[in-house]
Write a protein that binds this ligand. Structure first.
Ligand code: SF4
Length: 189
């Protein structure tokens, strides 16, 4: 069904259909443009959902001031990001914060906590500010790391969690689409 000339518009329309017409508990079938093609036109039996798992994890938030100001970021601040390697099965190639080697964070070092759901897992995330000199000691590297100007980071393929943390830390602006659209990796943001 995807329109080859305007696939982006098709995807956006499908997300809006799910948000305002084909609602999970009360689909508005009489107003739906897909009603003649839809195989259910309303409620249907669904598989029982698997119970949500809980996982605790912690990430490092490392920001430094760059010596040279870039076209991307006039304030000259950079954040340390890590690219998920090709060996992982999900969100391959996307950028995230470096993971701390310990999920526990001392209370005095805790910057924020975030709950983040992906598929059937609730991640309870602790975020700790880590200074540049402590990065090697406190984190475990999974992929390539780079210091990225904040103005450039907002344009990159960040994981939903990384974008959520950077936004809550007021390092990235809140974009209107972040509020209504699911992220590209299928996370509930
Ligand atoms: S007709 Fe089908 S797609 Fe449209 S709202 Fe009803 S269940 Fe959803």
């Amino acid at each position: 069904m995807v329109d080859e000339a305007r696939p982006g518009d098709f995807n956006q329309a499908l997300m809006e259909l799910g948000a305002v017409v084909c609602l999970p508990r009360s689909p508005r079938c009489s107003e739906c443009p897909l009603t003649t093609d839809c195989s259910t036109r309303g409620e249907h039996k669904t598989e029982k959902r698997a119970p949500m798992k809980s996982v605790e994890v912690a990430y490092a938030l490392s920001v430094r001031t760059s010596e040279k100001k870039t076209a991307h970021d006039h304030a000259g601040r950079e954040v340390l990001l890590e690219q998920r390697p090709a060996t992982v099965s999900v969100m391959t190639g996307m950028w995230e914060l470096p993971q701390l080697s310990e999920a526990e964070v001392p209370p005095e070092e805790l910057r924020m906590t975030v709950r983040h759901a992906i598929m059937q897992t609730n991640y309870y995330v602790r975020v700790r500010t880590v200074f540049e000199d402590d990065i090697a000691r406190l984190t475990v590297a999974h992929g390539e790391r780079r210091w990225i100007p904040l103005g450039q980071a907002r344009e990159m393929a960040l994981t939903g969690l990384a974008r959520k943390v950077l936004t809550r830390a007021h390092l990235l602006p809140m974009a209107p689409l972040d509020i209504i659209a699911p992220s590209r990796d299928g996370e509930i943001v």
